[in-house]
Design a protein around this ligand. Sequence first.
Ligand code: GTB
Length: 217
Amino acid sequence: MTITITAFERSPDRGRGMARDMRVRWALEEVGQPYDVRLVSFKTMKEPAHLALHPFGQIPTYEEGDLALFESGAIVFHIAERRSGLLPHDANARARAITWMFAALNTMEPPIVDREIARYLEGDETWYEQRMSAVEGRIRKRLSELSARLGTADWLDGEFSAGDLLMVTVLRRLAGSGILDEYPNLAAYITRGEARPAYQRAFDAQLAVFTAASTGG
Ligand code: GTB
């Protein structure tokens, strides 16, 4: 069955793999599942055909036969449930890996997204510096806690799992902020994730979209 995901026709991140199709691509690569990509413009995303797939008019989406999904976390979970390689077989270890998936999206990602919103939309506000400092304080609190839990381990709970995949993609959003330099074990954790061959194939695929768009190819 052909799997088709959607991604930005022109990603604002210029191919740095920050958009959320990256986590879906990476999951598909980890389980060895080929996939097609339908590129969408910001305009197309808000049109009825795409809204039928994604009620909020965003990427990524996932289509497999008559199944259509949205929300990157749900898509990664679906892939991990259907194919082996991203969730342990042992029931308790599996439950813990799923817990880390939620932790990545529900506990770590919100303050990181808040920081991006502040940077891109609130930079001209008089209270910008105060807000940024509060947001970065909340990020540091979570990073300290995560760093303490990871310690010297390679991954969050035993073998690499979908929990690590989501956590690495979430933490990567801080690249360039300098904040990760304060947590060397988390910086090394991200590097470990990025070194996985499946990550690299996914990264190269999304970068190729940007390169083709910018060279007119
Ligand atoms: N909760 C949803 C999920 O996890 O799938 C959120 C999906 C989402 O935010 N999609 C964004 C989108 O479609 C792209 S990923 N935005 C278009 C719109 O809302 O109209 C967010 C994103 C975009 C760009 C960068 N970047 O350039 O660095 C990083 C992240």
